[in-house]
Ligand binder design. Structure first.
Ligand SMILES: [Zn+2]
Length: 254
């Protein structure tokens, strides 16, 4: 339950501390001004254009897991500086202080409508919500190695005939897209989220060609077979619960 004692990312930052209650937020997609409290009530989805704002891990867990069921694992997992990269640990510590988190990934056991899951770790049904710029180049080969290690872990999970649902949220890019995010037995995505390996500018410059409309959006990826279905945030919990009913052995759900 460690995560619930941590400060929320949304509460941090000098500007946010000084903001009065009843703040208006401009939707980056449609430009509409949204009342912050109303936005929170609507699961941080724009009521005008359905833009899905980012969620903290804590908000994400509250969205899908049964209340009080989440138990964090590896809460004290910490980064090292294997390349002796200049100022790297200082930057890591600064971000840890800013976010109140030791790591970018929160993992733990939880239940969805009473059904046991591990969020972002293996053992029974696994659900990973991805949102990443990719592997940490500052950690060199140890970072890239995790692409193979997470893929290997998912292969063993699959050999154990256990399901893995991958949920892609904005943005899912780089080494995360090239490994565990796209290895789900079922791959879901939030509406309009960006999914890709290299960014659109790099792809355009490398291929010397114009990109098709909607390139690297969840909708484009579903049309081209990478994503199974797009799930609006308000339907995420019920969709996961229904999938678990289909995928989990009956005794596991007891
Ligand atoms: Zn909007």
């Amino acid at each position: 339950m460690g995560i619930f004692n941590k400060r929320s990312v949304a509460d941090l930052g000098e500007k946010k501390k000084d903001m009065p209650e009843g703040l208006w937020i401009k939707c980056p997609s449609c430009g509409e001004s949204l009342y912050e409290q109303a936005l929170a009530k609507n699961l941080r989805v724009c009521s005008h254009c359905q833009h899905h704002f980012t969620l903290s891990a804590e908000e994400r867990i509250a969205l899908v897991a049964d209340e009080g069921s989440f138990e964090e694992i590896d809460a004290k997992l910490d980064s090292v500086n294997p390349l002796g990269f200049k100022d790297y640990l200082g930057k890591v510590r600064a971000y840890q202080a800013k976010t109140g988190l030791t790591e970018a990934v929160i993992t733990g056991r939880a239940k969805i409508d009473g059904q046991p899951v591990l969020l972002a770790i293996m053992d029974c049904a696994v659900i990973v919500f991805s949102a990443s710029g990719g592997a940490r180049m500052h950690e060199g080969i140890l970072s890239l190695m995790q692409m193979a290690k997470t893929s290997g872990a998912l292969a063993r999970h699959s050999e154990a005939k256990l399901p893995y649902v991958s949920v892609l949220t904005h943005p899912t890019t780089g080494g995360v897209t090239a490994s565990f995010a796209t290895l789900g037995d079922i791959i879901l995505a939030e509406p309009k989220c960006m999914i890709g390996f290299a960014g659109p500018r790099v792809v355009k410059e490398t291929t010397h060609s114009d990109l098709p409309p909607g390139f690297q959006t969840a909708e484009f990826m579903m049309e081209h077979g990478l994503v199974d279905t797009i799930v609006p945030r308000a339907e995420m919990r019920s969709t996961l619960s229904r999938l678990l009913l289909y995928l989990l052995p009956k005794q596991a759900a007891a």
